[in-house]
Design a binder for this molecule. Structure first.
Ligand code: DQA
Length: 143
């Protein structure tokens, strides 16, 4: 059972900077993830919040709720949230960090991730496909 978490501003997918993030919506992304989960034989729960504390609580409780891995796009929190980093480090489940855009090809402040070092791996720049690849890594013993 996988938890797919999207952080701040990702509820605006489809409207927000479509040249960077594409024209598909968060709902499109979540339906895709559910479909990929069905293909991979795993149940998927998708959640999004603009609130750091809410994301922390979902991560903190994930193992207790029976999840086996987390796909996480932390949005801009990636670049500065030590609280998010600590929540990931304190959660024994594997977490794979995903970015839709290629953060290394963008502004300097996006090159740094304070969360990636406590994640099992990181995927960036492959659009929504990154979520699928993260789910594969979390269901095939890759993570
Ligand atoms: C993002 C990249 C972040 O730098 C940005 O703040 C986001 C989205 C991505 O998916 O490419 O909100 O995580």
């Amino acid at each position: 059972m996988l938890l797919v978490l999207n952080g701040p501003n990702l509820n605006r997918l489809g409207l927000r900077e479509p040249g960077v993030y594409g024209t598909q919506t968060l709902e499109d992304l979540e339906r895709l993830c559910e479909g990929w989960g069905a293909e991979l034989g795993v149940t998927v729960t998708c959640r999004q919040s603009n609130y750091e504390g809410q994301l922390l609580e979902w991560i903190q409780d994930a193992d207790e709720h029976g999840f086996t891995g987390i796909v996480l796009n932390p949005g801009a929190l990636t670049h500065y949230s030590y609280a998010l980093r600590d929540a990931i480090a304190g959660q024994p489940l594997p977490v794979v960090e995903v970015h839709i855009s290629n953060v290394d090809a963008r502004e300097e402040f996006r090159h740094k991730s304070v969360t990636a070092a406590v994640c099992k791996g990181k995927i960036s720049g492959l659009g929504f496909l990154g979520y699928r690849l993260a789910m594969e890594a979390l269901t095939e013993g890759g993570a």
